[in-house]
Design a protein around this ligand. Structure first.
Ligand code: CA
Length: 225
């Protein structure tokens, strides 16, 4: 999930290096450009998943860079960095097609939170990614996250959770779950569902997160907040 490619366009070299280090520490792949024109060509060549873009840049401003990307149909999420915090400037940034902005000086936690939020939003449009509350599951990579926490599941735990998250807010009877997750020919003890739900809850609620897999007494289970 974290191997997203991020392009940082920032002319303050020290700040650019700082952001680069923080992003790399989080596991992102990072490219840096120090002026507007090289930022634009880096955006077109490396197809980043997200751009952190300074507003005031030599050559081509961040705003103009953003506008040019949008003109060519590029929908990459753009987070603008700006020292300007007047409302008129914010509107100009959004008009140019930026998705968000962070006002300098900013905390790195705030910047990282925005980055995660925008990457998550693009990932939600992926049909192989299921999101329910703060739980997300990727059917291609079989990765599961609760918030930012990666959760290791066994094959059967994963299958059960995938079935639940693919059918959110629907009460799934024990028979349906058995058939779908264990197969029609399953001859074992049907208490196996209870056992696996318990395993899943332990893993999903390891940090005292709220319960998402609810028991519907004498019927089955439902994924619901
Ligand atoms: Ca600048």
């Amino acid at each position: 999930m974290n191997s997203a490619k991020i392009l940082v366009v920032e002319d303050e070299v020290k700040l650019a290096q700082f952001i680069e280090l923080e992003l790399k520490y989080e596991g992102y792949e990072v490219t840096v450009a120090n002026d507007g024109l090289s930022g634009l060509s880096a955006a077109r060549e490396s197809h980043p998943d997200l751009i952190i873009l300074d507003w005031m840049l030599p050559g081509l401003s961040g705003l103009e860079l953003c506008r040019r990307l949008r003109q060519t149909g590029d929908r990459v999420p753009v987070v603008l960095l700006t020292a300007k915090d007047e409302i008129g400037d914010r509107v100009a940034g959004l008009d140019a097609g930026a998705d968000d902005y962070v006002v300098k000086p900013f905390s790195v936690e705030e910047l990282l939170a925005r980055v995660r939020a925008h990457l998550r939003r693009t990932q939600e449009e992926d049909p192989d990614i299921f999101v329910f509350s703060d739980l997300s599951l990727n059917r291609r990579t079989r990765e599961v996250f609760r918030g930012e926490r990666a959760i290791e599941l066994t094959a059967k735990e994963y299958d059960l959770l995938e079935y639940l998250i693919a059918n959110p807010r629907q009460v799934l009877t024990r028979d349906r779950i058995l058939e779908h997750v264990w197969g029609y020919d399953f001859m074992g003890d049907s208490n196996i569902i209870e056992v696996y739900v318990r395993y899943l809850r332990l893993k999903l609620e390891a940090n005292n997160e709220k319960r998402l897999i609810q028991t519907v007494r004498s019927v089955g289970y439902v994924l619901r907040e």
